[in-house]
Write a protein that binds this ligand. Structure first.
Ligand code: MGP
Length: 237
């Protein structure tokens, strides 16, 4: 059952398979795995379907980050909130004093806010419409030491699967070195959600001498959906 609120232009709520564009249909068929409350009127834009984190994966990431973060970390920044899959899971975890969700596309941000309302957590989140690389230094420089930055960036579309090993130095529009350097200027405690085929040697280059970075594959039905790399105080020596 769709909610009564009128979605903005560019937002779709598909109730039946005939209405779904073919390139999205594989994701739409997984809709209840992606959002358990899809039938309550979840909003998506066309492109948001390709990058949204499925709820069971988002929940596990949120609980792993919550468990591994030192108590001094009270702020969670979701740098690329998209339609809200991860942000909602962070809010539902109840671990964070403050959650900042940044998204540069206002229509996608409207989806994230609306979807967080569906899950009853919208008011627990501070929503920012803007570019993460401008907004994080502007608003969070002072509180960086209390913050964990989570980033689920665009990977350049679904064609990431064309490569056996995915080159993170050409990932578009933001490369791994660019993401690493930008977020590390604020806090070393950064978690990135990346293709399951990511080149691990490129990730390892960002480890400090003697440090071991943690990489976790997040699976559904026995197969990896994606991996997270954990930097900073999440790393082991
Ligand atoms: P997928 O490989 O496009 O499809 O995405 P599918 O059907 O979910 O997986 P498959 O194993 O059955 O083929 C796999 C997962 O990667 C999705 O669930 C998303 O969480 C994530 N993902 C995919 N893309 C293209 C992106 C992206 O550009 N950015 C981010 N952050 N995540 C993505």
């Amino acid at each position: 059952m769709a909610t009564a609120k009128e979605p903005p232009e560019g937002v779709h709520y598909y109730e039946s398979a005939e209405d779904v564009p073919w390139e999205i249909s594989k994701y739409w068929h997984q809709r209840h795995n992606i959002f358990s409350k899809y039938d309550d009127g979840i909003w998506m834009t066309h492109d948001a379907w390709f990058g949204v984190t499925p709820a069971p994966v988002a929940k596990r990431i949120a609980s792993d980050i919550a468990a591994a973060s030192p108590a001094s970390k009270t702020i969670l920044v979701d740098a690329f909130a998209g339609a809200g899959g991860n942000t909602i899971a962070f809010a539902l975890s109840g671990r964070w004093k403050q959650i900042f969700a940044i998204e540069k596309d206002p229509v996608v941000l409207a989806c994230a806010k609306h979807n967080a309302e569906v899950y009853g957590v919208a008011k627990k989140i501070f929503w920012i419409c803007g570019d993460a690389f401008t907004e994080i230094p502007k608003r969070l420089k002072q509180v960086g030491k209390s913050a964990v930055v989570f980033g689920s960036p665009p990977w350049g579309g679904p064609t990431y699967t064309d490569y056996e090993v995915f080159d993170l130095t050409v990932m578009g529009p933001y490369t791994l070195p660019f993401l690493y350097n930008s977020f590390f200027a604020i806090t070393p405690d950064v978690v990135l959600y990346l293709p399951r085929t990511s080149d691990l040697r490129q990730l390892a280059k960002h480890a400090k001498p003697g440090e071991k970075l943690k990489v976790t594959h997040y699976c559904m039905h026995g197969a990896s959906k994606a991996l997270c790399v954990y930097f900073g105080s999440f790393a082991a020596t």
